[in-house]
Design a protein around this ligand. Sequence first.
Ligand SMILES: Nc1ncnc2c1ncn2[C@@H]1O[C@H](COP(=O)(O)OP(=O)(O)O)[C@@H](O)[C@H]1O
Ligand SMILES: [Mg+2]
Length: 477
Amino acid sequence: MEKENTTYKPTLLIVDDEERSARILKINFRDKYNILLANNGAQALTLLDHEPVSLILTDLRMPEMTGDELLEKIREKNYHIPVIIMTAYGTIENAVRSMKMGAFDYILKPLNIENLSLTIERALNYSNLLNENVRLKEQLKAYEGFRQIITINPEMKRLLDLTGQVAGAKVPVLIEGESGTGKELFARAIHYLSPRANKNFVSINCGAIPAELIESELFGHEKGAFTGASAQKKGKFELAHQGTLFLDEIGELPKNMQVKLLRAIEEQQFTRVGGTQVIHTDIRFVAATNRNLEKEVEEGNFREDLYYRLKVVNLRILPLRERKDDIPLLVKHFLKKHEKDIGKTVRDTDRKVMEMFMNYAWPGNVRELENIVMHTMLFSPGDVLVPEALPVEFVKQAGETETGEQESVPATKEELQKERKKRYEEVDKKLEYNFLDHVLKKTHGNITKAAELTGYDRRQLQNLIRKHLINPSNYKK
Ligand SMILES: Nc1ncnc2c1ncn2[C@@H]1O[C@H](COP(=O)(O)OP(=O)(O)O)[C@@H](O)[C@H]1O
Ligand SMILES: [Mg+2]
């Protein structure tokens, strides 16, 4: 069959100092596998660095480097390749020791080709399963991370696309946005979508650690480096090696630490506090801030060089009040997310509650919305979020900030034009929403009737209703 030539052949690396036995193996297995031969451990290791090997078959007794020593070196290099040990001196102790060191199996010389063939197949199957498992787990994590970012807002979707595009490259990303907008969620998405997904995602909140402890948190310290340093401690840099370090609230980092951080990032190395040993690292940096860092730079509070170093890619997450179209979907998401913890299924949101949600300014952004939804879930008697169950504080504030947005005065012609355009769009949206709300109230959610009444055709009206994420059945009598 034509196909046979193109099927994938796993590569076996055979390590044996006896040429004769290596040749016999080659003759027996070359149909099924690509065969590489090495007659000592050092040669085997060189081959491993350059060839994609699926399985290693090694003699135990060889001059210079024994099979066990080779096995140890392979594990040190972190190659997850199954190793089968061949030994003519097959004492139980030898075998047990090899197995303890992670050999897949051992077989006795003289070789029984049929047995060996079966063992090889078993080992390959096992390792395929493991690899598949690791791959699936990584995919799932990436998918989960991404799936959790709920949005229908075009600008947010653009940011999600951008996140996907830059995740794979080792470039620093600076995420800006108010507290609770989802900055950490984006940082995690970047990590789990990157080839580093199976290494650590380490985060440090620069605003939550006393200034005098930050250096040791970041770089670790040696025993006795300062009072209270009773043992050596690894810092976040060491923990994040080959992974991602999330520098949260980077704007709060004291200036003297900004210099040290910049140097460590640029040189990809650091020393622990009180230590002299230089430690090299391979880290992907993601930083976040709820301040306007550009302004902090202008005002001399944040080093310009560090700013540019961190913001190779820049994500500005919108505050919730600038993407209120996301609110209905987020509410739904949180109802589902907390269903188990709260022990209650809530299917719907009362129209009045949704109205208040849509009109509120959300200074605490998505985090605040999540908290309010949880509270309201807990205190709603049935399977609908009702106004009576809203937190009293929220109701009070929602009443006060009815129109939401805080006024800011445009400073340039461009800003004024932008603001004007935004307001027109908002008015349009609000007008449409009120229009739909009014007619659905009147027809008790009957779309056919609502269409007749307004002159829309049914499909157009339905699309409009969908755009505003209104659930007509909320209007039933
Ligand atoms: N777009 C979103 N979709 C779903 N959940 C979100 C979204 N944005 C934020 N959240 C949730 O809101 C909370 C705050 O998000 P977080 O990433 O910690 O915000 P920040 O780091 O900007 O303060 C978290 O529970 C997070 O899961
Ligand atoms: Mg945060």
